[in-house]
Design a protein around this ligand. Sequence first.
Ligand code: PHE
Length: 348
Amino acid sequence: MTELEQLILKTQEQALAEIQEIQDEQGFESAKAKFIGRKGALTALMSQMGSVPNQDKPAVGKMMNAAKQAIQKALDEQALKIKEQKEVQDALDLSLPGRKPKVGHKHPVSHVMDAAVAIFRRMGFIVADGPDIDTVWNNFDALNAPLDHPSRSPEDNFYFNLERGDDYLDRNTLLLRSQTSDVQIRTMMAQKPPVRIICPGRCYRRDTPDATHGMSFHQIEGLYVDKDVSLADLKGVLATFAREMFGDKTKIRFRPHHFPFTEPSVEADASCFICGGEGCRICKGSGWLEIGGAGIVNPAVFENVGYDPEEVSGFAFGLGIERLAMIRYSINDLRLLYDNDIRFLHQF
Ligand code: PHE
């Protein structure tokens, strides 16, 4: 091999090695200039062709061309490699902030329920539980509801098996409980006084859904049985609850009402926490917001569960959780709570 041929091969080798290292546009420009440009190394060798003996010229020329092509090919390949690397980098930009996973949160009803439970627990109430399906006895009879009480109507309740002949007045017939007051019965049947429980839970009524009614809703029931429990104790507990739930200045008022299981019975209102009692859109101008029913436990209920009404007295209350949630979050239609519209739920 002639000296020129060796130089060609060496140049080619050097070029290929350097091209491997190229990382950017500038690298290509200078490599091109250095090896195959007008003043490049290979071009310089080309000018020595004149001194090559004639019979060797074709072979050396061929070698020269092959070297030039190899270098060009290496440049092209490296360019492609860089381009692909860049594409991968662009697709995977590690400097971008991460995508935030959509994390859910508590439903407003659960939120208010938990808040209410926490308040009563601080006052010493224990959480009691009961099944959503209960007997007519627990839901009505033991709670002193007369057989002709309108709240027993099949049109207002979800009884089981009436179509198979079960009687909705039979104490063993099952229904989706229409109130959480059945847990009062279950608890008193199971333990001796004193009793201090709350029961957060779901209940069911055959109401046509509208802005303030659903087929199912949540209540938090409270029951306090001990010696010498009075209406003042009830008012104190509900006032404390209302202040913690709606703010320090909240007041409580009782309006006379009727429930079979309490005597006297009241409906409890909290002063409107928006207007402070002056009257606004939320309280519909009255200054008060109804939060639930309550009263002094009817002695007949104590007799039904085997407590001595001469010995003990007590109060009970039942608060509507959806109602509390609507008040607390200024929601004007209860159905919004159950539409499962993320845009709505995200606000809380
Ligand atoms: N159970 C009653 C209702 O659903 C509420 C209530 C509970 C009233 C306890 C008095 C005492 O309307």
